[in-house]
Design a protein around this ligand. Structure first.
Ligand SMILES: Cc1cc2nc3c(=O)[nH]c(=O)nc-3n(C[C@H](O)[C@H](O)[C@H](O)COP(=O)(O)O)c2cc1C
Length: 328
C-alpha cells in the first residue's frame, strides 16, 4: 500500500479520510467500526452552544436563587457532575479516547462568542485531540453588516484559542460577501484548520399542505464542485490547513480534493448511503490511483491542481457558461 499519511492541524493521520460530525459519530461502536475500517480520524457529533448555555444558565439560576454563586464564577463549574447532555458529551469523549487510537476531534455548533467558551477547556481536559467549531450565524438580518457578521467568527476564534492548547478548526459556510478575503484573514488567527464547507439544512415545503420539510438531508457527488473550486483557489493562500467537505462520496472525490490542495477530506453522506464499509473502498481507490499514477506519498501530488499550480487557473475563475450558451 502507498503511504497515505497526512498532517492535518499538527495531527498525524494515517490517511486523509476524516469521518464528518453527524449521527454516525455519536455511538462508540460506530466510531470503533470506522477506525477498524481504516478512517484517518473522526469528528464527534456536535454539541450545540444552546445546550451548553441552557445547562449552565439553569445551574447559575438555581445557585443564584440560593445566593452563593455569581455568573463570573461560571468557569469553575463542575460540568462533569451535571446530569445532562453536556456532562454526557464530556464522558462520551473520554470513553472514545480510551477505546480508540486514531485522532478524535470534538465539535461544538455555535453562533456566538458568548456564554459557552470556557466549556472548550472542559473538552480539552477529556484528552481529545482537537476541537472543530461549526460556526454559522445566518446572515439574514438586513441591519447587520458583513463586518458585524464576520466579527462573530473572529471573536470565537480568538476566545476559544485563548482557553485551549489543542488545535482548533472552524467549519464554515460560503455565504460571505468577500469569501477569499474573509477566509485568508480567519486563517491568520490562531485556528489551525478550516473545514470548507459545511452543508446546511435547507428548507423546502409542500405546495399543497404548506408543510415544511427538509431539502435533501444527504449530499450528492456533484455537490463536490463548490468546495473543490474554493479549496483550489485558497489552498496556496491560507495559513491554516484545509479539510475539504461536502460531496466527497468516493476515492475519486478524495483524490480531487487532495489535488486541489486539501490536507484532509471529510465525508458523511456517502456512509449513510453506502454503509461504513465505504471507508475501506474509498481508501482502496485512493491507493490504486496513487499507484497507477506513480505517487508514493500524498505530498507527491497534493495541490497539483490548485489555482497556483495548474496549467489552467482560469478554470476556477470562470463562472458563466458563455461557451455553452453559444453552443446549445
Ligand atoms: C444526518 C446529519 C447530521 C449532521 N450533524 C452534524 C453535526 O452535528 N455537526 C456538524 O458540524 N455537521 C453535521 N452534519 C454535516 C456533515 O458533517 C457534513 O458537513 C455534511 O453532511 C456535508 O458532507 P457530505 O457531503 O460528506 O455529507 C450532519 C450531516 C448529516 C447528514
Amino acid at each position: 500500500m502507498s503511504d497515505l499519511s497526512t498532517n492535518y492541524m499538527g495531527l498525524n493521520l494515517r490517511n486523509p479520510l476524516i469521518i464528518s460530525s453527524s449521527g454516525l459519530t455519536e455511538k462508540i461502536d460506530d466510531i470503533k467500526e470506522f477506525e477498524a475500517r481504516g478512517a484517518g480520524a473522526v469528528v464527534i457529533k456536535s454539541i450545540f452552544e444552546e445546550e451548553i448555555i441552557a445547562k449552565t444558565q439553569k445551574n447559575i439560576n438555581q445557585m443564584n436563587a440560593s445566593g452563593f454563586i455569581y455568573p463570573e464564577t461560571m468557569e469553575y463549574f463542575d460540568y462533569d457532575s451535571m446530569e445532562d447532555p453536556v456532562s454526557d458529551y464530556l464522558q462520551f469523549l473520554r470513553k472514545v479516547k480510551e477505546e480508540t487510537s486514531i485522532p478524535i476531534i470534538a465539535s461544538i455548533n455555535c453562533v456566538t462568542a458568548e456564554g459557552w467558551i470556557d466549556f472548550a477547556k472542559r473538552i480539552e481536559d477529556t484528552g481529545i485531540d482537537a476541537l472543530e467549531l461549526n460556526v454559522f450565524p445566518l446572515p439574514s438580518d438586513p441591519n447587520r453588516t458583513a463586518e458585524q457578521n464576520d466579527k462573530v467568527y473572529f471573536d470565537i476564534a480568538e476566545k476559544v484559542t485563548s482557553v485551549v492548547k489543542i488545535p482548533v478548526a472552524m467549519k464554515v459556510g460560503y455565504y460571505h460577501s468577500a469569501l477569499s478575503n474573509f477566509l485568508v484573514k480567519l486563517s491568520k488567527t490562531p485556528i489551525k484548520g478550516l473545514v470548507l464547507f459545511n452543508r446546511f439544512y435547507n428548507p423546502d415545503f409542500d405546495i399543497n399542505t404548506l408543510e415544511f420539510k427538509p431539502n435533501s438531508v444527504f449530499s450528492s457527488p456533484n455537490e463536490i464542485s463548490t468546495s473543490l473550486r474554493w479549496v483550489a483557489i485558497l489552498s496556496g493562500k491560507l495559513e491554516s490547513d484545509i479539510a475539504a467537505s461536502t460531496g466527497v462520496h468516493d476515492g475519486i472525490g478524495m483524490v480531487k480534493q487532495l489535488l486541489a490542495g486539501a490536507n484532509a477530506v471529510q465525508a458523511c453522506s456517502t456512509f449513510y448511503r453506502n454503509g461504513n464499509e465505504q471507508v475501506t473502498f474509498m481508501l482502496k481507490q485512493l491507493d490504486e490511483w496513487m499507484k497507477e499514477n506513480g505517487y508514493n506519498t500524498i505530498n507527491d501530488f497534493r495541490g497539483k491542481m490548485s489555482i497556483d499550480e495548474t496549467y489552467n487557473p482560469s478554470a476556477y475563475e470562470r463562472v458563466q457558461f458563455m461557451k455553452y450558451f453559444h453552443d446549445l
